[in-house]
Design a protein around this ligand. Structure first.
Ligand code: BG6
Length: 313
């Protein structure tokens, strides 16, 4: 009898919350909580965790889980009438049993389709009807792929607009040893300066203090180089022109109840997003935003992602 575990399994996670485990033959895995449609784990074939989740994360509504990949929808940040980062990250999603087929170029069975629709309460704070389908898939090589498809199902003929982010928390060995490539020379809005617009100067981005920036018109590929771990994360995105880079550093870390005082040293958020220009959908229209993450040994050629050298491919 085979002891092999199934590629997709529904189990109970922390506090009895439903969680989907995805597994690939070579040993890579990912975990997705139905609470938030939230990826909380992504491991390579050595069983090493690649995402950061705080030791103090609260797995209990209404608090969003601190770490992993929270989904920010229909509003990124608190610019707007809704709560910070919207409500998708603290709603219970369902498994989408009759999801229309997604075009897929992989034979992997390790994926799950989730769906979020507005409750009556949600319709009071955001008066729109929508279907949000999220596919989380683990590729044969261990890549993690998230595809969001959001459809306007309003019957009153009205369009709606939203902003969006995959708020990915990467696990890093030491933030002071990390650099991000692909964003240098780009314009950004500084969240620490009331979203004033600046242009990034100089080389790849490194970290020595709090950072909270929305880079604009970013290339489709961004790399996070972790020298100590000798690991590079490559983020590929589609339909998501912006990229948020966030690290709270020591002072903000201390102010967050669900985040350890020193944990800022071991995480970095690089968030594929659509913020500066909101997405507008007419009834019947659908938007798609895709994120693909890979983690590779750092033989990666530094400088490759300088936007001046990359042809958005
Ligand atoms: C980032 C924002 O995306 O998320 C920051 O740019 C914010 O301004 C951070 O502090 C965390 O937000 P939250 O709501 O999860 O504490």
């Amino acid at each position: 009898m085979s002891t092999e575990k199934p590629p997709v399994e529904l189990v109970k996670g922390i506090n009895g919350l439903d969680k989907i485990v995805l597994r690939e033959i070579r040993g890579c895995s990912a975990e997705v909580y139905l609470y938030g449609g939230h990826v909380t784990s992504w491991k390579n074939d050595h069983g090493e965790e690649l995402l950061f989740v705080s030791n103090k994360a609260i797995f209990k509504p209404p608090k969003a889980i601190r770490g992993g990949i929270p989904i920010c929808f229909p509003q990124f940040s608190n610019f707007g009438s809704l709560e910070q980062h919207g409500f998708a990250r603290n709603r219970f999603w369902s498994i989408d049993t009759d999801s229309p087929p997604f075009p897929t170029n992989s034979t992997s069975k390790a994926f799950v389709d989730l769906i979020l629709k507005p409750s009556d309460e949600d319709s009071k704070i955001w008066p729109h009807s929508y279907e949000y389908r999220l596919r989380v898939a683990l590729g044969p090589g261990g890549d993690l792929m998230l595809t969001s498809r959001i459809r306007n199902t309003n019957t009153d003929g009205k369009p709606f607009s939203f902003t969006f982010a995959y708020h990915t928390y990467f696990s890093v060995s030491d933030i002071s040893e990390v650099r991000v490539e692909g964003l240098e020379t780009l314009d950004y809005l500084d969240n620490l300066k009331e979203r004033e617009r600046f242009t990034e100067q100089g080389d790849a981005i490194t970290f020595e203090s709090e950072v909270d920036k929305i880079y604009l018109s970013t290339p489709t590929k961004i790399a996070i180089l972790d020298h100590e771990k000798k690991r590079t994360f490559v983020l590929r995105k589609d339909g998501l022109p912006d990229a948020v880079v966030w690290n709270p550093w020591d002072r903000k870390a201390k102010a967050m109840a669900d985040f350890g005082d020193d944990e800022y040293k071991h995480m970095l958020c690089v968030e594929a997003a659509a913020i500066e220009k909101s997405i507008t959908l007419k009834p019947g229209e659908e938007w798609k935003g895709r994120l693909e993450l890979s983690a590779v040994p750092s033989s990666y050629c530094s400088g490759q992602l300088d936007p001046a050298k990359v042809l958005n491919g």
